[in-house]
Design a protein around this ligand. Structure first.
Ligand SMILES: NC(=O)c1ccc[n+]([C@@H]2O[C@H](COP(=O)([O-])OP(=O)(O)OC[C@H]3O[C@@H](n4cnc5c(N)ncnc54)[C@H](OP(=O)(O)O)[C@@H]3O)[C@@H](O)[C@H]2O)c1
Length: 283
């Protein structure tokens, strides 16, 4: 690593924190770790990490990464650590990120807020996208360290933006997974195994993904005209899905929530419009 070797501290050695520290060790950085339960540090110490007995012992590190379960659990640890440069990778709300940025500023700490769009097993690979906001100077100065963890994407000086993107993207993930689980339950009522259905679901998801840029453009323009598929047809289809789910003896809670939303948009006069018009019932 030569001259770019840095002393990097990692606060929190849960599933994600341990993966972050492991990737940094693999890249040759001088890694110091702290965790409430110090025994979890064992495998990292075997690989050359040093154990801080208290958060205060990481204060002199070039950069401190924090990855605890929540902001509430994190704040006393950060206050004790008093880092020079803090990269906060604990998940939270935009408001929590912004108030932590304010706290950091008042304490003279350079602050970058990050969210990890990956699982621990993906850390250290280019497939791990990590979104950042906050101090652009601190981000630029620590880019070499952050690039070890995954693909770094800087969103801007607003420290709350990464958390906003995180929740928006996770919302897509959760609704997709809920839709998939509902589909498995529905075809499962007729004995169709996930292994048979999933390849079709994947191909369908890829086609659905292709609709997103067009939907986004319509949201921007406010022109909801369509020669493809009107909202009332889709709302009726959702009604069929709710009815069939109940008839097959499974919960209709996932499609029923969507039907309620689509029906409201139809009642507001968007029946002949494209699906993009549903956003008028959301914002
Ligand atoms: N795992 C993922 O796939 C993933 C993906 C993206 C983002 N994240 C985010 O990364 C963060 C950590 O997730 P994780 O999966 O690593 O969770 P985890 O395995 O449950 O680890 C939680 C960490 O928080 C520490 N902690 C909890 N309560 C504490 C307290 N009161 N005081 C001090 N330390 C405390 C734990 O210490 P002990 O070891 O002593 O319990 C541990 O280091 C979360 O914000 C999560 O949303 C995780």
């Amino acid at each position: 690593m030569g001259e770019s070797k840095k002393q990097v501290a990692v606060l929190g050695l849960g599933r994600m924190g341990a993966a972050l520290a492991g990737a940094l060790l693999g890249a040759g950085h001088d890694v110091v770790v702290w965790n409430r339960s110090p025994l979890k540090a064992g495998p990292l110490l075997d690989r050359g990490a040093r154990l801080a007995a208290t958060p205060a012992e990481v204060a002199s590190a070039d950069v401190v990464l924090s990855c605890l379960s929540t902001y509430d659990t994190q704040q006393p640890v950060l206050a004790a650590a008093s880092p020079k440069v803090l990269v906060n990778l604990t998940s939270g709300t935009p408001a929590e990120a912004r108030s932590t940025a304010l706290w950091a500023s008042s304490a003279g700490i350079e602050y970058v807020d990050g969210v990890i769009m990956a699982v621990p097993q993906g850390i250290g690979t280019p497939a791990a996208q990590i979104l950042y906001g906050g101090s652009s100077a601190a981000f630029a100065a620590q880019r070499d360290v952050l690039a070890v963890l995954g693909e770094p994407v800087f969103l801007g000086e607003d420290a709350g933006l990464a958390a906003l993107y995180d929740l928006a993207l996770l919302g897509i993930m959760w609704s997709t997974m809920a839709g998939y689980l509902h589909a498995l339950a529905l075809v499962g009522t007729e004995g169709v195994a996930p292994s048979v259905f999933t390849p079709m679901a994947l191909s369908w998801l890829s086609a659905v993904g292709g609709f997103l840029p067009g939907i986004g453009s319509q949201v921007v323009s406010g022109d909801y005209s369509t020669d493809v598929s009107a909202l009332d047809i889709n709302a009726a289809g959702l009604g069929l899905l709710v009815e069939t789910s109940r008839a097959q003896g499974i919960s209709a809670s996932v499609p029923a929530a969507l039907r309620e939303l689509f029906d409201r948009a139809v009642a507001s006069g968007h029946g002949a419009h494209a699906i993009a018009s549903v956003i008028e019932e959301i914002w």
